[in-house]
Design a binder for this molecule. Structure first.
Ligand code: MN3
Length: 203
């Protein structure tokens, strides 16, 4: 069963003014679509076709060497963007509650400090990559992890909870080189219920 580009839960215009509709449409129909197609092409005719994307990425070391790079990049790109769209919503933002809020407080002191450290990690990614809030399955603890290009935190045994895409394609049309402005705006879109559900599933 080939991987499919997921439909979004909201319109391309829905995240305005924080993320503009043209960026959304190009990002979804071209960038995410290309990672999906290239992942499917890379795993065609291999056992990986029967595996979940989570298992493929967590087991990246055992992927045949001739396709490992393509699977790492395009599989990560496929999965990262699936999480990215789900973790956003119109009129999102604010702060999480419940066990996720407790875990953030335990790791960072308070939400403001978490936001500051996450922003610093995401803005500081050299070149293309992602800033992530991650957990180690079963630990109940959260931490921040910057990852290069499309490499998934799953390849390091971590479960991604919330990620900000800091590739220029995610923001350049509206923000040009001002990545900090894009990341500041992105906080207004977070669907904390979705992030909390991902955390609960990994506990
Ligand atoms: Mn992207």
């Amino acid at each position: 069963m080939a991987f499919e580009l997921p439909k979004l839960d909201y319109a391309y215009t829905a995240l305005e003014p924080h993320i503009d509709s043209i960026t959304m449409e190009i990002h979804h129909t071209r960038h995410h679509n290309t990672y999906t197609t290239n992942l499917n092409n890379a795993i065609k005719g291999t056992d990986l076709e029967k595996k979940s994307i989570e298992d493929i990425l967590a087991g990246i070391a055992s992927v045949p060497e001739n396709i490992r790079g393509a699977v790492n990049f395009n599989g990560g790109g496929y999965d990262n963007h699936c999480i990215f769209w789900k973790s956003l919503k119109p009129q999102g933002g604010g702060e999480p509650s419940g066990p996720l809020a407790d875990a953030i407080r335990k790791a960072f002191g308070d939400f403001a400090k978490f936001k500051e450290e996450f922003t610093k990690a995401a803005v500081g990614v050299q070149g293309s990559g992602w800033g992530w809030l991650v957990t180690k399955k079963g630990s109940g603890a959260v931490s921040i992890k910057a990852m290069p290009n499309q490499t998934s935190p799953r390849t390091e045994g971590l479960t991604p909870l919330l990620g900000v895409d800091v590739w220029e394609h995610a923001y350049y049309l509206k923000y040009q080189n001002k990545r900090p402005d894009y990341v500041a705006a992105w906080w207004n879109l977070i669907n904390w219920a979705d992030v909390a559900a991902r955390f609960a599933a990994a506990k």
